[in-house]
Design a protein around this ligand. Sequence first.
Ligand code: MG
Length: 248
Amino acid sequence: MKMRVIFLDLDKTLLGDDYSPEPGGKVVTALVEAGFEVVLNSSKTRTEQEYYRRAWNLMSPFIVENGSAVYIPRNYFSPKITGKFGVGRGCYRVIELGKPYEEIRVVLDAIGGGYGLKYYGNSTVEEVVEFTGLPEELARLAMMREYSETLFRWKKEGFEAELERRGLRISRGSRFLNVTGDTDKGRAAEVLIRLYSLTGPVESFAVGDGPNDFPLFDVVDHAYIVGDLNHPKARNISSIKELLEVVT
Ligand code: MG
């Protein structure tokens, strides 16, 4: 039997407006019980995703900050597989695909003033709570950035071309714009699918809701969009709960 790997977006897919882990947890548990490897693939940071992974008892790899890095718990794959890839860090092997946060900040700090850009790095925790609606505890985790920034607001257009000229990529998530190095959710998922394929045949699935999930839809066997956006390969579902009827 093929191993079934499902990549799940967080914001507006597993998480609603209150960011509570409870509703999404039921879906995650049902998927795990149905034999899926559940891989979170979100623009959220490592520490935010660790919060949800703890709540949902997930032990699988996860992809942070919009495809910027793949975190693989040590001993998840045999050392023969992961030993060759990435670097050891704490309890993980990490495969980095994006740019270090500091490099992104240098660019944003240099041009941000002219466009009135607001992002995590130049916002207080109170402002982050206001922009995102995150509870303060989670806002602090969102501020622990390793590879990307999030643009909440701007006063003047034209910054996107300027950021691209400086080697950064801008993508639209469910709520905000993300700034990363030259990567996306699909590129990171491909890396992980390749590792899973070393253990046997793999069937891959993905669920998301925003344009930044499109590169992910492109690289999996079965794709699902929560909501109204259109992607040539993805099937529209009304909510993540409907997913269970379709795939389990
Ligand atoms: Mg989303």
